[in-house]
Ligand binder design. Structure first.
Ligand SMILES: [Zn+2]
Ligand SMILES: [Zn+2]
Length: 271
């Protein structure tokens, strides 16, 4: 054990990331036993739209479907109203550099990559890890690039090379934009690094959350345009809000249509 690790164990209390209770350094995950159960329940949660769990759900944003024939790996459904704790963890992942959170998410993401590769008979060893880089403004503000950290940790777990391939030259934050503006903004926000040569290489493209898929699509497009053979998006969470909203809209429209038909029938009937 490294000296630093011995000192840390002697003087710092390790706390559960969810409930903040003290936990032993021997625990595998940075959670207490009670919270591990909650966490595992989050991971097994079912999709609100299709009803399948993470392994069966294929509700992917249209832009992600276009990257590599709907191949994508992710670990949890992200719905802040439902899973407040996951929301907090993602918030911490982005805003405070915490190696335990990075490693925990990276471990899950590496598992998700392996399951996807087993199901689709892909040799993951032929892949290189790359990531969607953070905006310079946020990199300076928070002092780290969480996707870069995730990429590095996943590379270590899977024994894969990590390559910086893309530069973020964006000015606007994606989060505050609507779907169409996100798409336009993402296209303007990234450029391929000088001397990049995809030359038939395969990439796992790492990001934290898949929302509309604009960022992943814009980055994957650059990799393909510069010679990459395969790009598979990999995120920690998948935001299902848009699918839920769309489903609600469908119901509402149908309701309105029925109301319109009844009204028009009554109007015509009374003439
Ligand atoms: Zn706990
Ligand atoms: Zn689904």
């Amino acid at each position: 054990m490294k000296l630093l690790e011995i000192l840390k164990r002697a003087f710092l209390t390790r706390i559960c990331l969810i409930c903040k209770e003290a936990i032993s350094y021997d625990e595998d995950e940075p959670f207490c036993e009670e919270c591990i159960e909650k966490w595992n329940a989050f991971l097994k949660a079912k999709c609100h739209v299709c009803g399948y769990d993470r392994n069966g759900c294929t509700c992917l944003p249209s832009q992600v479907k276009q990257i590599n024939d709907s191949l994508a790996a992710w670990c949890v459904f992200y719905d802040p109203r439902e899973n407040q704790k996951i929301n907090e963890i993602i918030f911490k992942l982005k805003k405070n550099y915490n190696r335990e959170i990075i490693n925990m998410c990276a471990k899950r993401m590496a598992k998700a990559i392996i399951s996807l590769c087993v199901v689709h008979k892909i040799d993951y060893k032929k892949y290189i890890i790359t990531y969607t880089p953070r905006r310079m403004h946020n990199f300076l503000k928070y002092g780290f690039d969480h996707s870069g950290k995730l990429a590095k940790a996943i590379g270590e777990i899977l024994g894969l090379k990590v390559e910086k391939t893309i530069k973020n030259i964006g000015k606007k934050e994606q989060k505050k934009l609507n779907k169409n503006d996100r798409k336009l903004n993402a296209q303007k926000s990234y450029e391929i690094r000088k001397n990049f040569d995809g030359n038939g290489k395969n990439y796992f493209l790492i990001d934290d959350i898949m929302t509309t898929g604009s960022t992943l699509y814009a980055c994957a497009k650059l990799l393909y345009e510069n010679g990459a053979k395969n790009v598979i998006p990999v995120t920690f969470a998948k935001d299902n809000k848009q699918f839920i909203r769309r489903n609600k809209n469908v119901k509402r429209h149908t309701g309105n249509n029925i109301a319109r038909v009844i009204k028009s029938f009554m109007r015509n009937g009374s003439q």
